[in-house]
Design a protein around this ligand. Structure first.
Ligand SMILES: Nc1ncnc2c1ncn2[C@@H]1O[C@H](COP(=O)(O)OP(=O)(O)O)[C@@H](O)[C@H]1O
Ligand SMILES: CC(=O)N[C@@H](CCC(=O)OP(=O)(O)O)C(=O)O
Length: 302
């Protein structure tokens, strides 16, 4: 009998009962989860992530995984002696770089994640935006280059980003088919242009567009920081679209955080209830965020 009063056992039971309202609220909903390349480094964390995804599926939520792989593409390009440059968080992508990006994203990383999910007891199908004609991409219009490559007259140079795409049209048939078969789609951020060309798509942008197309309830962006930080490195827990425009303007956010937060704004404007930027280095960060009252990371909502 005394075991029933063991505080550790009670705490476990409390955690489960605390999860009950969330389990009820989210059953049958679609959650898009973007797993960033920076968060992928540690095999133990990758296994935790895969377990979380399989758990979501087991409790009746439909997880759709979109993955990145920026650092992994960077390493492969370096090994091949190809130089890589970023403008506002986007990799300038010539034809050769697009081939390497596809090889790393849709080949190595996609299949590794599928294997991690299988090891956690789930059934995942790995695809890229090319499969089933899912993502028709258009070229991202060149942005002004940052100060580092400003022209001699001091004006920023306009850089051609090459084969950097953004989703133009999304056909969710292939995702729906996988989900309805009881499996978990794992999507690499590669799209196809109208003439069959390969487009490299920022993984956050891809995840946001897929969340919008699916009418997902939640979009989680797992990365390598606790969330969005202010200039003193304090976590900003709750943001609205107007705050984000201000943070971009005053330089609080930079690099990869720019497409990440643009994605969050587009997703909430398209009807996603909430998006969360989360620390993928914290074991089971997503479960804690979803099933406990203690939110983690930065919540962005309309
Ligand atoms: N205000 C900010 N708060 C947190 N991270 C920021 C901020 N501004 C820029 N960053 C950068 O954004 C990075 C996350 O974006 P990114 O490198 O694209 O990650 P991922 O590969 O996980 O998508 C962080 O590692 C950090 O260097
Ligand atoms: C156009 C563009 O920048 N594409 C990205 C695609 C991968 C990605 O976004 O990966 P992370 O989420 O790990 O950063 C790239 O080439 O790095």
């Amino acid at each position: 009998m005394s075991q029933n009063h063991d505080p550790a056992m009670l705490a476990k039971a409390q955690t489960l009962t605390e999860a009950l309202p969330y389990l009820q609220r989210y059953a049958g909903k679609t959650f898009v989860v973007k797993y960033g390349g920076h968060a992928m480094g540690d095999p133990e964390l990758a296994q935790d992530f895969a377990e979380d995804i399989v758990l979501l599926k087991a409790v009746g939520i439909n997880p759709v995984v979109v993955h990145g792989g920026g650092p992994q593409i960077g390493r492969m390009l370096k090994a091949l002696g190809i130089e890589s440059k970023f403008v506002d968080g986007l990799r300038v992508t010539d034809k050769q770089t697009a081939e390497v990006a596809e090889m790393v994203l849709a080949g190595a990383i996609n299949k590794e994640l599928v294997s991690w999910i299988a090891r956690a007891g789930g059934k995942a199908i790995g695809i890229s935006g090319k499969d089933g004609g899912m993502v028709i991409a258009r070229k991202v219009q060149s942005k002004k280059a940052p100060k580092a490559i400003e022209g001699e007259d001091g004006d920023p140079i306009v850089v051609d980003l090459g084969f950097v795409g953004e989703p133009d049209r999304i056909d969710t048939t292939v995702i729906d088919t996988i989900v309805n078969a009881g499996m978990i789609p794992v999507i690499a951020p590669i799209g196809v242009g109208p003439d069959g060309e390969t487009y490299n798509i920022n993984a956050d942008t891809m995840a946001g567009a897929i969340a919008a197309a699916l009418g997902a309830s939640r979009l989680f962006l797992l990365t390598d920081v606790p969330g969005v930080l202010d200039k003193d490195k304090n976590l900003l827990t709750d943001l609205r679209p107007a705050d984000i425009a201000r943070l971009a303007e005053d330089g609080t956010i930079s690099g990869g955080m720019i497409p990440k937060l643009e994605t969050c704004v587009h997703a909430v404007e398209a009807g996603c209830e909430a998006t969360v930027v989360l620390d993928g280095r914290v074991p089971h960060a997503m479960l804690l965020e979803i099933f406990t009252a203690r939110g983690a990371g930065t919540l962005i909502r309309a």
